[in-house]
Every structure is written in structure tokens, then in C-alpha cells.
Design a protein around this ligand. Structure first.
Ligand code: AMP
Length: 554
């Protein structure tokens, strides 16, 4: 494990390197922003050069600054005549952007106003009349102002669509079109969206001119919307620690990052030996094998993908629920890149990091620079692990003897159980049953649990190649049919996420989601089915108002 990490690409390191004006640099210093986040670094030159830009990124990556900095720095003419319009899906976001842009533009005399529904129209009109240069608002209220003439469409030279996917999914498509149709054709448009699906592309095609795209390959997504956890480890026996973490957290699936190529293979081999369904990916693996692994990952046949930063870049692993850092990367930006790989399709993801004594400095910078404060968790004690192992063993015996005993057997068992030496006799029988070294048995027993409830013989190596099925919940389920499907580019994870958000169902309560051409099927606990149908009423996904009903048959 002495190999050096694969190199990261170079880029501007400071705002001054980017060419930001002094008065904006001053504002940035006052705000405590020392260096640009990746999305700010990459978006600035494109925006300043006058391009339309589509940026795939989410809250927490510094995306407000990514449009705010060029906006105040040079997108509007100096004569005070031109204005910028920032559209956001919620009033909170509109307010937040207005505040941040006001701070950024302080030294350049750029006033901002937030316009949104539910607040006084008069106050907003006064601020507009006073000549606010940046208007940050929600679509409904902005359209009102345009219709009343209190906002002049002809002055709007820059349009920012913030969280465009959210605006569409919240049903603002009509307002958006009505607003954009009123704007001058000669304008600059910047579109920010966490997901770039067909609906977003249609908006871009219709309303943007030769847009530049900053996409996932640059890993501009990250930070907020992700839960961060760290486990402090000694640095010795790290692979065993990782296995304990996987056992304890029991993630549905994960992308496991290693700092070196050699580590990916070692960690993957150890996971496979422990009975996990794992694969590895690094630059040394021949192309054909890499493609095979990726195809299996896409088919969701791989639970844990162990990879280097470079190998994981640009591959679509949005269905993986967790990002796990086997060790902290060498710099904080890389941590943000890595953890941005989870929670993409839906809205949240989980990042778990093993932190050894030599990596504490990076953790410190993560808190300081990105204000990411991971929750510290502790590895389970030996006692807790032992309890788990015992439960595994009992489950194994249970699986080996599923049939009820005969009358004759029962009589013998009863007599046995009342014997004064029953405990030692049973201990001997258990020894005979397991027959192998204690450690091996525990590995096999644990492996059986990891793989679900399928039967694994006590003497097998427990290392079959089948993917781990979900732990089957033994509750009666009902199948619901939902009117979105493959034609809408639906991803199962998106629907799962929405179901969890709106109905409060837990991940475990939602069965496998089958995406068919025109609809999707999902199993939910039978006694919650009606409630789920009602809670989902009015929800919009992929431009469609959702309709759920009990499926006739699957
Ligand atoms: P956003 O993605 O725009 O919601 O930004 C997330 C948070 O990061 C906000 O609290 C910003 O104030 C902060 N932030 C944005 N850019 C930087 C930067 N370059 N340095 C430090 N903090 C930043």
C-alpha cells in the first residue's frame, strides 16, 4: 500500500487566479470564502466569456456563488440599466440567493431584491423602482410583476434558472415558459439543476444558445443533502474495521473509495472473503473487465464497488446509497467530490469515512472550509459483536432444521431439556454441528445474514457469487402501480425517495421497484397501501401528476 495516489487535475486555486475584480475579492474575503469551490472555478470563466451554461450541481456545492460571482463581477453593464433575474423554486431559496448576491455585490453597488408570493407586493415594487440590479424570485410572483409592468422584461439581460429540475417538478413549467417568452432574445442564460433529464434538456434546447455543459464528470455535485458520518479507527486492522462498519451500518449498496490502486484490490478481496458481494475498479484493470464490472453495477448486481477516485469518475452509480471512504482522501475537495457521488438521483445520501490518527488534519479542514460536520460514530464493542455472532449462529441452526419435530423426537427433546447436564450436552452437540473453527463458523454465519435468508450450509465457504438479496420483511404486502415509467426516464431510486419523503415509509418497508415502460410497480406493507395512495395524491414526478392504485396483478 505504498503506491502514490492518482493525480488530480490542476485548476485555478484562488479567486484572484480566476481574474475576479478587487472589490468582489474584498467581499469574498469578508465572507470568509478563501478559494473557489470546483463549480465556482469551472463556471466563472464560461459565464464571464458570455456563454450560456448548464451546470449540474446541487445545494452545498457553492452553486449560488457559481452564478453570483460572475453576475456581480461583469455580466451586467456598468450604466446600471441591465438587470439579472434569478428564478428559484422556493421563497427560501430566492431569499437566500438574494442575500448572498447582495453580499457579493456590495463593493460594486449592485442592489438585489427578492420577490416571492406571500409577501407585500408594494414593498417589492418600491425596491424594483429604486433600481435593484438583481431580482431573485419565485416564478409565480415574478410573472405577476412582469404582467403588471412593475418589472421590465426588456432590461433583463441575464437569466439564472436555479434548481431548474425542482421548478419543473413543483409544477412551475407554465410560469417558466411564460416568463422566458417575455425576455429579450439577446440575453445570457445560466441553468443550474441537480439532475439533467429530458425535461431539462428540452428547456435548454428551447431557451438557451449553444450552452456549455458542466456535468457530473467534473464532479460538481456534493455536500448538502448528504449525511456525513465518521468512524475513528486506530489505523491498524483497517480492513477488519471496514467490515465491522459494513456489518453495523448495513448499507443497501456503496461506492467504497480507496486512495491507491493496490488498496482497491486488497479491500475488495477481503470483502469477498468475508462473504460480501464486492467488485473493484481501477485504472489497471483491462478495459473489457472494467466494462463488465460496470455493466454488473448498472444491473444492480454489485453491492459494493471498491474504486479509486479516477476510476470512479464519470461513471453512473447514482443508485448506490452510500459512499464509504476507506481512508480520507489527501484533500478536502476530493472528499466533496467523492461524497457528491451519493444521493444524486434522489435527494439524500450517506457518506461514511474511516478516519485514522494521521487523517485528523483533513477532517479539521473539512469542518473549517466546507462547514461539513460529520457525526462521529463508534465501532461496536466486542461484546456487541459477540451478541450479533450468537444471533447469526442461532439463525443458522434455525435455517438448517425448518421442519417441526415428530412426536417421538419431541418426547426425547423434552427429556433432554430437563436433564441436569443439559447445558454441557447441548454445548457438545453445537460443537459437533458447527464442527469447524469458531471464527470460520462466525464468518459463514455472518455471510449468510449478509446474503439474506437463503440457506448456506454450515460447512460451505459461504462465498457463492449471488448478489445479496434484501432481508425479506415478513409482512403482507400490496403491489401499487404508479403512472410513470421508463418512457419518462424514471429511476427506481427517484420514486423510492419520493415515496419515503411523502409517506414516511422506511427504506426497508418499500419493496423492489420495478420500472416498466409506462408504469412502475412497488410493494408496500398491505396495511399502509391506502394511506400511501392518499399521501401521494398530487405529487409530481417527471412532469407527471402521479396516480397510484392497487395493481391488478404483477
Ligand atoms: P450553495 O451551494 O450555494 O447553497 O452554498 C453552500 C454553502 O457554502 C453556503 O453557506 C455558502 O455560503 C458556502 N460557500 C459557497 N462557496 C464557498 C466558498 N468558495 N468558500 C467557502 N464557503 C462557500
Amino acid at each position: 500500500m505504498t503506491e502514490t495516489p492518482e493525480p488530480e487535475e490542476e485548476g485555478a486555486q484562488t479567486f484572484a487566479d480566476l481574474g475576479v475584480h478587487d472589490d468582489v475579492l474584498e467581499a469574498l474575503a469578508e465572507m470568509g470564502w478563501e478559494s473557489p469551490t470546483p463549480v465556482q472555478r469551472d463556471c466563472y470563466p464560461l459565464a464571464i466569456a458570455g456563454h450560456d451554461v448548464i451546470v449540474q450541481s446541487r445545494t452545498g456545492t457553492g452553486k449560488t456563488g457559481a452564478f453570483g460571482i460572475p453576475l456581480v463581477d461583469g455580466l451586467l453593464s456598468d450604466d446600471g440599466d441591465e438587470q439579472a433575474l434569478v428564478l428559484a423554486p422556493t421563497r427560501e431559496l430566492a431569499l437566500q440567493s438574494a442575500r448572498e448576491i447582495a453580499k457579493l455585490g456590495k463593493g460594486r453597488g449592485i442592489d438585489t431584491v427578492a420577490v416571492y408570493g406571500g409577501a407585500s407586493m408594494e414593498q417589492q415594487i418600491r425596491a424594483l423602482e429604486k433600481g435593484a440590479r438583481v431580482i431573485s424570485g419565485t416564478p409565480g410572483r415574478v410573472l405577476d410583476h412582469l404582467k403588471r409592468g412593475t418589472m421590465k422584461a426588456s432590461r433583463l439581460r441575464v437569466l439564472v434558472l436555479d434548481e431548474a429540475d425542482e421548478m419543473l417538478s413543483m409544477g412551475f413549467a407554465k410560469e417558466l415558459h411564460a416568463i422566458i417568452e417575455r425576455l429579450p432574445a439577446k440575453r445570457q442564460t445560466l441553468l443550474f439543476s441537480a439532475t439533467v433529464d429530458r425535461a431539462i434538456k428540452r428547456v435548454a434546447e428551447k431557451y438557451m444558445t449553444d450552452p456549455q455543459f458542466l456535468g457530473l464528470s467534473g464532479d460538481h455535485v456534493g455536500a448538502l443533502g448528504i449525511e456525513h458520518f465518521v468512524y475513528m479507527v486506530s489505523g491498524v486492522g483497517r480492513v477488519a474495521n471496514l467490515i465491522t462498519v459494513l456489518e453495523t451500518e448495513d448499507p443497501e449498496s456503496a461506492l467504497i473509495f480507496c486512495n491507491t490502486k493496490a488498496e482497491t484490490e486488497e479491500v475488495c478481496a477481503a470483502l469477498q472473503r468475508a462473504g460480501f458481494n464486492a467488485e473493484w475498479l481501477n485504472g489497471d484493470r483491462p478495459q473489457r473487465e472494467r466494462e463488465e464490472v460496470l455493466a454488473r453495477v448498472r444491473r444492480e448486481e454489485v453491492r459494493f464497488l471498491v474504486a479509486t477516485d479516477v476510476a470512479a469518475r464519470g461513471i453512473d452509480v447514482s443508485h448506490l446509497t452510500h459512499v464509504i471512504n476507506f481512508s480520507l482522501p489527501g484533500n478536502v475537495e476530493q472528499y466533496v467530490h467523492r461524497t457528491g457521488r451519493t444521493g444524486r438521483a434522489g435527494k439524500t445520501g450517506t457518506a461514511i469515512t474511516l478516519v485514522g490518527p494521521t487523517e485528523l488534519g483533513i477532517l479539521y479542514y473539512l469542518r473549517l472550509q466546507y462547514r461539513i460536520f460529520p457525526v462521529e460514530r463508534t465501532l461496536p464493542s466486542e461484546g456487541e459483536q459477540r451478541t450479533r455472532q450468537e444471533a447469526d449462529r442461532i439463525a443458522m441452526i434455525e435455517a438448517a432444521y425448518p421442519k417441526a419435530p415428530s412426536e417421538q423426537e419431541l418426547a426425547l427433546v423434552r427429556r433432554f431439556m430437563t436433564h441436569s447436564n443439559a447445558e454441557s450436552m447441548l454445548a457438545g452437540l453445537l460443537g459437533a454441528f458447527f464442527g469447524t473453527e469458531t471464527e470460520d463458523v462466525d464468518k459463514v454465519a455472518a455471510s449468510r445474514r449478509r446474503r439474506g435468508k437463503e440457506h448456506v450450509d454450515a460447512h460451505s465457504n459461504g462465498n457463492g457469487q449471488k448478489p445479496a438479496p434484501e432481508e425479506a420483511e415478513e409482512v403482507p404486502t400490496a403491489t401499487l402501480s404508479v403512472n410513470v415509467g421508463r418512457r419518462d426516464e424514471l429511476k427506481a431510486s427517484e420514486l423510492g425517495r419520493l415515496l419515503r419523503d411523502r409517506t414516511g415509509l422506511k427504506r426497508k418497508e418499500i419493496g423492489r421497484i420495478r420500472v416498466r415502460d409506462e408504469h412502475a410497480l412497488v410493494d408496500v406493507p398491505e396495511d399502509r397501501a391506502q394511506d400511501v395512495i392518499e399521501s401521494m395524491a398530487g405529487a409530481v414526478l417527471k412532469d407527471r401528476e402521479l396516480q397510484l392504485e392497487l395493481a391488478k396483478n404483477d
